[in-house]
Design a protein around this ligand. Sequence first.
Ligand SMILES: [Zn+2]
Length: 373
Amino acid sequence: MTPFKNIIGQETAKKILLRSYDKNRLASTYLFYGPDGVGKWAVAIALTALVNCLESLKDSDGKTTDACGECANCRQILNLTFGEFYPAIPLPPHKSDSEAIELLNEIIQQKKKEPYSILSSKRQTTISIKTARDIKRKAAIMAPPDTTRVIFFYQMEKMLTSSADSLLKLIEEPPPNTIIILTARDPDNLLATIQSRSQKIAFKPIKPERIEEYLIGRFDLTEKQAGLLARLSEGSIGRAINLIGDDESPVRQVAFLMFKTLIQKDTPSAVATINDLINPRNRGETEQVLLNWQSFLADIIQIKFGKDSKNIINLDLFSELEILSTKFADSNGFSKFVAHFDEFNSSFRLNVHIRPAITALVFNLRKYLNQSS
Ligand SMILES: [Zn+2]
């Protein structure tokens, strides 16, 4: 499939970009904003293909509908090997340039395989000042003729303010034949000066039916499993993917460890372990952990009351979840546990302090468990 056609949802974003392209009025800097895992990366790649495609597709009215996906440029772009695509991606701490290149390549491979995947790291990630400088230096050299260079700052909020400040001039007066794409969850996390110089495009949560369709097409899931994941994902394909059991989802492993502790250990050790494992500076990661807990709970509900184990999401954890489900002998306590957790989940985003909020949650949930063992 061709790059724009491949994108799930985000009709408004696609329309704006295709129209502007036809009118020859593309902005020099875009800011794609919205939740993680809804397609900001995929649209950035599609736009890079569109502006460099040698045989873009048109409808009967002569309006451009997509990049071809097959010309030499499109192929390199979709392979993420295009020489004039400069990605700046937040990386965990590293000791050398070669380690940074290795980390970057890992991410590029992950995104090539699954453009909706959410980058996760146990360590704090940043776009370094060095990356910002390197890109500024490269941008100063003219782009080759007939090429549109794309400078792509992914998760711009993970750049230090001082580094971002040093890019203002580049954003203010971009070199010819260059498009700058920034992405962020929330534009208000960026410098006002950067916001005001970019054209903002909002990315919306995706409809559960579309997510379900996508999951079924890509993973070995039953309709019910995909449907449940889609509903849990709050409109983010990336989150839904993170909920599927596979070894490439480290957050899920940690989330399960915390969940087991919560249910099996005594209150003080549960609080201590969970406090130790939670990353209080990373709200996105904590949201992922909670989402995973939600999927473990959904499975326990299936184990306790369901009739068909085909609907279990975390099949690889089935035997462990079965053991955990015995800790909820009292069904009244269990329903209170689930209700309290759901309530917490829906208000978590408004909560400023991650660690105290999670500590209180653990204390409250422990009240509904059988304390005898
Ligand atoms: Zn093409």
